[in-house]
Write a protein that binds this ligand. Structure first.
Ligand SMILES: [Zn+2]
Length: 95
């Protein structure tokens, strides 16, 4: 799924969050962990999953995606804002 997303977004690397797991395509764990803004972005999606539940998140995400596309998807707008949020990683533990 992450590979398909990378292709359709025409980017080299993609992280995809399902529940509390981040799946990477085209990037190593080390690359991901060294990019604080990227980590904050995906941490925000994990929090969205916690807020809406797995089905609720996916339903919302797909609805937003079909209505507004990727960049104007409200869940992506929130995640992009979180890239600057110093506190978003505070209660996240990396396993
Ligand atoms: Zn995102």
């Amino acid at each position: 799924m992450a590979r398909i997303a990378a292709r359709s977004l025409r980017v080299q690397s993609v992280a995809m969050v399902i529940g509390r797991t981040i799946y990477l395509y085209g990037a190593s764990r080390e690359q991901f962990l060294s990019d604080i803004a990227w980590m904050r972005h995906e941490a925000c999606h994990i929090k969205q999953y916690q807020q809406y539940g797995k089905i609720g998140f996916l339903w919302r995400y797909m609805t937003e995606y079909f209505r507004n596309g990727y960049y104007n998807n409200s869940l992506e707008i929130a995640a992009r804002a979180a890239e600057e949020d110093l506190s978003v990683l505070e209660d996240i533990e990396i396993g």
